[in-house]
Design a protein around this ligand. Structure first.
Ligand SMILES: [Zn+2]
Ligand SMILES: [Zn+2]
Length: 419
């Protein structure tokens, strides 16, 4: 277990004291306005092109425009999507880019017209700052927001432009519209979801992607009910949260599947009732045997044809496979079509299948009441230059979450030097 050294249980006020409207000292307001008005020079982890390790370089960040906020990043989680982007698996044209979409920080300045956020607010990044007016948004499916999807692929903010410029003058993309592997981030105000200041930011960093994704897949996509049987295939950062979500939803049977014994042990500590080592047995056959016919819901959290097929084969008649794992572009899956006779279903779930603005407050309360553990998900606290090694761990399936500590005082934890 790598050393993790939280400084405190709660986040100190740090270098950016909370400021409420009306009580900001003049001098401080001046500082914030200056920050908001001039470009910042900052360190960021930039993906130049796939196959070349992302590197920490100096970049320039322009001030927030109308409807945007400048956030001092405290901590950021390294997610499998970052590895996919770094490997060029999410399609062409996704570089050069400042990586990072899962993180937390403190609002430093707000652009014109921003309501509900003030400097000093602690926030979690959301990569779906939905528009609210497109067809998907109007039908209540905000994670499928059309404009956000297009901006996410283009690495641009809402007005179609970027605030990020490299030292060579080239425009840099905002990774999945967030770009939080950097000391600061300018994001849409709707992409900065306020949270109480007593949740340590090195833990809160996980909420905006891995936790929202896993809990939403269980609660909003599958709608797991009390007493149901569930399998979670792949016990990485998202899969382990899916185990917790299934436990909190009241699933009677939770079967964790992975090829690494330490991940299975972690899943059992989080509430899995059974563990299946997919390196030793046919996982689907084991699940069917354990449940006397298959599970009601199988969550695939790997993103490969083999594990998607395992999820399908593990279902009982009428069951649903929920594909949460992100497969590289071009990957196809085949299923035995005759089994649709048994009313099995397969569905995707993106980013929790619900508006994170609505779902995050409930998750925060679970964290604050101690019923949702975040700290035990973090296997490595790293510095910004530790991203390539963290991506290698993800590719190899080693460890749980790596969290980059950008600002130890704000984050409430220090990074361990790279081994
Ligand atoms: Zn992610
Ligand atoms: Zn929309």
């Amino acid at each position: 277990m790598p050393a993790i050294r939280p400084l405190t249980d709660t986040v100190p006020c740090g270098t950016t004291p909370p400021v409420s409207p009306g009580d900001a000292p003049a001098a401080q307001t001046g500082v914030l306005e200056t920050r908001a008005a001039a470009p910042l020079r900052m360190r960021a982890c930039v993906l130049r092109e796939p196959g070349v390790a992302p590197a920490v370089v100096w970049v320039e960040l322009a001030p927030p425009r109308a409807g945007e906020v400048l956030v001092r990043v405290a901590a950021a989680g390294v997610c499998h999507s970052d590895a996919h982007l770094a490997d060029g698996q999410l399609g062409p044209g996704r570089w050069p880019m400042v990586l990072g979409h899962e993180g937390a920080g403190v609002v430093e300045a707000v652009g014109a017209g921003v309501e509900g956020l003030v400097p000093g607010d602690h926030v979690v990044f959301s990569m779906v700052a939905s528009c609210g007016v497109c067809e998907a948004c109007r039908s209540g499916r905000r994670t499928l927001c059309g404009p956000v999807g297009a901006r996410s692929v283009a690495g641009r903010l809402a007005d179609g432009t970027s605030r990020l410029t490299g030292a060579d003058g080239a425009t840099l993309q905002h990774g999945l519209t967030v770009a939080c592997f950097a000391e600061y981030a300018v994001v849409a105000a709707a992409a900065a979801i306020p949270i109480p200041a007593d949740v340590p930011l090195w833990q809160a960093a996980l909420l905006g992607c891995g936790v929202v994704t896993a809990f939403g897949a269980v609660a909003h996509a599958a709608r797991v009910h009390v007493g149901e049987r569930v399998a979670v295939i792949g016990c990485g950062g998202v899969g382990l949260q899916a185990v917790s979500a299934a436990r909190l939803a009241g699933a009677a049977t939770i079967i964790a599947v992975d090829r690494r014994p330490e991940k299975l042990e972690h899943a059992l500590r989080r509430g899995a009732t059974h563990a299946v080592d997919a390196s030793a047995v046919d996982a689907a056959a084991a699940i069917v045997e354990l449940t006397g016919g298959g599970v009601d819901h199988a969550f695939e959290v790997v993103g490969s044809p083999a594990t998607i097929r395992t999820a399908w084969d593990a279902l009982r008649p009428g069951g649903t496979a929920v594909v949460v794992g992100l497969a590289p572009a071009g990957v196809e899956v085949s299923l035995p079509a005759i089994e649709f006779l048994s009313e099995k279903s397969i569905m995707g779930s993106y980013y929790g299948s619900a508006d994170p603005v609505q779902t995050l407050p409930g998750l925060i309360e679970l964290v604050r009441s101690g019923r949702l553990e975040l700290a035990d998900m973090v296997s490595h606290l790293i510095e910004l230059d530790g991203v390539p090694a963290a991506l290698d761990r993800l590719r190899a399936g080693e460890g749980d979450r790596s969290v980059i500590v950008l600002d130890p005082e704000l984050a409430g934890a220090e990074a361990s030097p790279a081994p």
